[in-house]
Design a protein. Structure first.
Length: 150
């Protein structure tokens, strides 16, 4: 299983997702361009020393990202998803994809994904923070697939 962030804009979120990946033994893919300078100290501050315990791959475009993992199923988490996180059946080889904080992913990216999944939240609010959504989704996916490392 992998976590992927499409054009992330906030260094702290990327650092938190990298720390999540390190703790859960899941690789992280970052699809550029990003909304901050990669060597930004905020990434290291959020990821702390966990940054040395996660494999991070940077991709210069969605197309290069998609082609590098062509044998995988791409599961996009979006508020426009047609299936609930709890009803969807994950596979241990899935790539869990999350859009940028300000606007998700373009329609073309959504159409290139194999599944559009939503995390159920109260109707009075718009969405979860990127790092929180990644943790919720990864937790359920690992639970279903028996992927928690001990």
């Amino acid at each position: 299983m992998r976590l992927a962030l499409y054009e992330p804009e906030i260094a702290g979120n990327v650092g938190a997702v990298m720390r999540l990946g390190a703790c859960m033994g899941v690789d992280v893919d970052l699809i550029e361009p990003m909304g901050f300078v990669w060597d930004d100290r905020r990434v290291r501050r959020a990821a702390m020393d966990y940054i040395d315990h996660v494999a991070v791959t940077r991709h210069d475009s969605f197309e290069s990202f998609r082609s590098s993992l062509a044998d995988r199923r791409f599961v996009l988490f979006t508020t426009k998803g047609d299936e609930s996180l709890h009803e969807f059946r994950f596979s241990s080889s899935d790539v869990l994809l999350f859009g940028k904080e300000s606007g998700g992913v373009p329609i073309a990216v959504a159409e290139a994904c194999d599944a559009l999944v939503r995390i159920p939240i109260r109707p009075q609010v718009r969405s979860l923070n990127l790092a929180i959504a990644s943790a919720v989704a990864l937790g359920e996916a690992l639970r279903q697939t028996g992927g928690f490392k001990s």
